[in-house]
Ligand binder design. Structure first.
Ligand code: FRU
Length: 479
């Protein structure tokens, strides 16, 4: 793997220097060492150490894939970046080592991913020109991978599926292995127009190598034309499906991004779209993946970014040679009929210190901030990041929370890079809020994680001010 990089080493070194001096670098959020990052992959804890892999294009800040990047951590917050572990070196993955997952068993790591091939030519890459192969590779240390083994190819998928089949998530249940894949089924509406349906394929195996189709699931009523990054797990006695449907029409306070990601309860007789809940109401959240820690916590990490939005939501780090990051790792809990998502408890253990106002305001420059407001109780509460001209307002009022990148002239703020407004609601009223600001990413956890907003923000260091009004029981700490 290291050898594959020899040629580009000089270019990478230069790029790394620009990235290292970028004011938008994150401290506790996984970001690409250089270039572009998208989905988290292969999340796991292996011999006590957390491993996070990610879709990675070190040489192209605008993406294009080519690698699984790798980093390791002991606390889910301080990450050590390693050399990429996978690249496009077999015919089955020549156009991309796409997303996938890890399974730890008998002190060994098994990584499952999709090898993507896009044949050169005039194809639509839906019904023709694309080959999606599910592949396994193994590791004893999380860094060095064994030979790649093909598990499933086009000949193994149901006939009615298009060529979009990817993102294996594998788990063990009652002595058998299961693999869920995101899929797109060929379909037509009543007028005969093409109207594909998103769904999933479930495969099962006794040995992780020979797989057979267990279930093809496509809802009767269409819920998007394609599902990406499915993940099935148990939480609080319920079976959960997390997935990313593409093609849901956007509504005023729902499905506000180009593609969605959310979860449903997998219950007999109920189809996933009936109980679908969005994971996040912010501008930048997609392709989350979960894993279980050795102490049995269910952790979710998402990509704090969106595909196909480069023209509308700019990331101002691009000029410094990198783009996108992952979310803070969050722990999922199930109660009151739904899932709550809060930063992992390790975050609280950081040596936070109380912030003091200077000239009537908080200035955070290159510090990471943790702001907690405990007694909102449905009252109007605003938090302003940045100054009057250029900033983000977080507004809570009744059961509603709104994030809005606007300046006092009413124009969009430069620091939002094209982002405007997002709205979300909670049951009853907004009681409390936790806001984490790590350089260029803001995460807002409302009512202990009932509703979460993730967004990127690009304020220069001297513009990094914080103003909180209408609050009681407010604690602001920084590190
Ligand atoms: C989601 C996704 C996956 C795919 C990967 C490729 O963002 O499109 O479906 O495996 O990205 O980078």
């Amino acid at each position: 793997m290291e050898n594959g990089f020899q040629k580009e080493r000089e270019q990478l070194k230069k790029m790394k220097r620009t990235v290292e001096s970028c004011p938008f670098r994150t401290r506790y959020h996984i970001m690409p060492p250089v270039g572009w990052l998208n989905d988290p992959n292969g999340l796991c804890q292996f011999r006590g150490v957390y491993h996070a892999y990610f879709q990675y294009s070190p040489l192209n800040v605008h993406g294009g894939g080519g690698f699984w990047g790798h980093c390791m951590s002991r606390d889910l917050l301080h990450w050590e970046y390693k050399e990429p572990v996978l690249t496009t070196d077999i015919p089955e993955d020549e156009s991309g080592v796409y997303s996938g997952s890890a399974l730890i068993e008998n002190d060994r790591m098994y990584l499952f991913y999709t090898g993507n091939v896009k044949k050169p030519g005039d194809y639509d890459y839906i019904d023709a020109g694309r080959i999606s192969t599910q592949i396994l590779t193994e590791s004893e240390d999380g860094q060095h991978m064994s030979e790649k083994v093909k598990l499933l190819g086009m000949e193994d998928y149901p006939e009615d599926m298009t060529q979009h089949i990817r993102d294996p998530k594998v788990w063990k249940e009652n002595g058998r292995y299961f693999m869920v894949l995101g899929a797109r089924r060929r379909d037509w509406d009543s007028r005969g127009n093409r109207s594909d349906k998103g769904g999933m394929l479930l495969y099962t195996s006794g040995d992780k190598r020979k797989w057979s189709l267990y279930q093809e699931y496509v809802p009767e009523k269409p819920f998007g034309y394609m599902w990406e990054c499915p993940d099935i797990f148990c939480l609080g006695g319920r079976k959960i499906l997390s997935f990313c449907p593409q093609g849901l029409p956007s509504e005023a306070e729902k499905y506000q991004n180009i593609y969605q990601s959310g979860y449903s309860f997998l219950e007999d007789g109920q189809s996933p779209e009936e109980s679908f809940h969005e994971w996040d109401m912010g501008f930048d959240f997609y392709a989350p993946q979960t894993f279980e820690t050795e102490d049995k916590r269910r952790i979710l990490i998402g990509w704090a970014g969106m595909p196909d939005t480069e023209k509308i939501h700019r990331n101002l780090s691009v000029k410094n040679g990198w783009q996108h990051c992952l979310t803070i790792p969050t722990e999922l809990t199930f109660h009151d009929g739904r899932i709550f998502r809060m930063p992992v408890r390790e975050l609280e253990d950081l040596p936070w210190a109380k912030m003091k106002k200077e000239n009537g305001r908080y200035h955070w420059a290159d510090r990471t901030v943790r702001l907690q407001i405990k007694e909102i109780n449905g009252n109007r509460q605003t938090i302003r990041l940045g100054n009057e001209k250029n900033g983000l307002t977080i507004l809570a009022d009744g059961d509603r929370v709104e994030l809005s990148f606007s300046g006092n002239s009413g124009n969009l703020s430069r620091c939002g890079g094209g982002r405007g407004r997002r709205t979300g609601r909670v049951e009853g009223m907004v009681r409390e809020m936790l806001v984490i600001i790590d350089s260029s990413i803001v995460e807002v956890f409302v009512n202990s994680g009932e509703t979460v907003f993730t967004t990127r923000i690009y304020l220069e260091k001297e513009e990094r001010e914080l103003d909180v009004s209408g609050c009681s029981g407010c604690e602001i700490v920084a590190i």
